[in-house]
Ligand binder design. Structure first.
Ligand SMILES: C[S@@+](CC[C@H](N)C(=O)[O-])C[C@H]1O[C@@H](n2cnc3c(N)ncnc32)[C@H](O)[C@@H]1O
Length: 130
């Protein structure tokens, strides 16, 4: 996809931000949610507040160009999205519900083509179609 302009929501240590930056061309630009005011991006990586992933999604579909990618981290949520309710610890339950709901929303969103990859804690790539 040859990304040039990217943004990350939830940069924290900058580890994943740096990984993205290393994949950019020399004139590429990368920013975090707090630093970047560019109007259009080729790629966005979201690793922040899971309870509002749906809000990030709506905003990023306006900011990422058609054909661009939005990647969401933690969409398998330690595998709890596929487990029975009694199998998960109490402190994970709210996030499990949030992620399950978000995954359902993405799977029926006609504006994106999605691919969920089972690396790490699960990453879902969404390509904006229109
Ligand atoms: C799991 S960490 C991200 C780790 C990061 N990808 C890295 O490589 O270090 C989540 C980050 O999201 C931030 N965060 C939480 N809620 C947020 C929000 N509503 N808006 C923006 N960032 C948020 C947290 O402060 C934290 O820095």
């Amino acid at each position: 996809m040859n990304p040039n302009r990217t943004v990350e929501i939830g940069a924290f240590t900058g580890y994943s931000l740096l990984s993205t930056a290393l994949a950019l061309p020399k004139d590429g630009q990368v920013g975090s949610s707090t630093t970047n005011k560019q109007p259009e991006f080729d790629f966005a990586f979201v690793d922040a507040d899971r309870s509002i992933y749906k809000n990030y999604h709506e905003q990023l579909l306006k900011l990422v160009k058609i054909g661009g990618i939005v990647a969401y981290d933690n969409t398998l949520w330690f595998g709890f999205v596929a487990k029975k309710e009694h199998e998960e610890p109490e402190h994970k339950k709210n996030s499990t519900m949030d992620i399950k709901e978000f995954n359902k929303q993405l799977s029926s969103d006609p504006r994106v083509e999605i691919s969920q990859v089972s690396i790490g804690d699960g990453v879902t790539f969404c390509r904006r179609l229109y």
